[in-house]
Ligand binder design. Sequence first.
Ligand SMILES: [Zn+2]
Length: 317
Amino acid sequence: MIAAIGLTVAAVVLGFAAPHWLGLLAAPHRHPRVALAAWLSSQALFVGVVAAVPLVLWVRPGDRWHLLPSSTLSCVNSLRRNGTVPWFSAVEATLWGAGLLVLGRIVVVVSRALLRHRRVTEEHASVLRLVGRPTVTDGDDVFHLVGQGVAAYSIGGRSPAIVLGTGVRELDPSARAAVLAHERAHLTGRHHLLVAWADALNAAVPFVPVARVGATWIRVLVELSADRHAAASCGSGAVRAALESWHGEARDPRPAAMSAAGFVEDRVVWLSGLRAPRRGAQVLHYPLALALSALPVLATVSAVVAALAASCAIFGG
Ligand SMILES: [Zn+2]
C-alpha cells in the first residue's frame, strides 16, 4: 500500500510535471537525441509506473521482502486489519481500479494504433512500388514520384522506402544528398515508429501532459535529429539549402514553445547553432536522458514511502 501510494504520486509527477523540465532540454547547442530519448523514456516510465501500482498492491513487496522497518510494517498491517483508518480500504480499492483502468486503456489503444500504423505503412509501401519509379543511382529503396515538387518523405516498416518528388532531382547535388541523408536518418532511427508510439499514447491518455505535449515534441525532435545527422554527413550548408527549397512534410508539428516563424525557419536557426560534437560526449546522451526520466520517479517514490512509513510509525503505532 505504501509503495502503491509512492508510485501513484510518481506517476502524477511524471505525467503532469515532467513536460516542464523536458521542454527545456531542446536547445540548438545540444544534440536533439538527448531530448528525444528523455521524452520517450519518460513516457515509457510513466506507463511502467502506472502498471506497477496494481502490481505492488498484489505482490505487497513491503510484506514479503521486509524493505521497511518492522514497526512500520506491523503498524500498516494493524491499520488494515483493525479498520482503524476507515478510508484505508477505499484508497487501496481506488488505486487498484484507477491503475488497472488507465493501464488497460493504454494497452488497448496503443496496440490497436500500432497495428493500424503497420497496416497503413505496408499498404503505402505496396502502392509506392506500383506507381513509383525506382532510382538507379540512389539505391533500390529510393523512388521517384512525378509531380511532387521539391518534396521528400520516407516510409518505415518491413520494406522501408524513400520517396523523392521531381523537384528534388533538380536540386544542387549536395542539397539532394542532404535530403537523402535526412530521410535515411528517419529510417535508421526508426523515427516513424517513435512518432506512431507517441501519437498512440496521446490517443490513449490525452489528459496526461507527458503524452499530449510529448507527441508534439517527438514529431519536432525526430526532424531536428534527422537534420543533425544529415548535417554531420553532408554539411549544415547543404541541409540549409535543401530546407530552403523544401516543401515536403508540410505538416507543421511545432509545440507552442518554438518561435512563431515557420518550422523550416526554426530548423535553419537550429542548424546555425550547431557546434562540433565534443569527443566522448555522445556516449553520455542516452544515460543522461534515462537519468532525467528515472531520477524524479526514484526521488518521489523514496520521499513518499519515507514520509508515510515515518508518519505511520510515529502516529499509528
Ligand atoms: Zn524529416
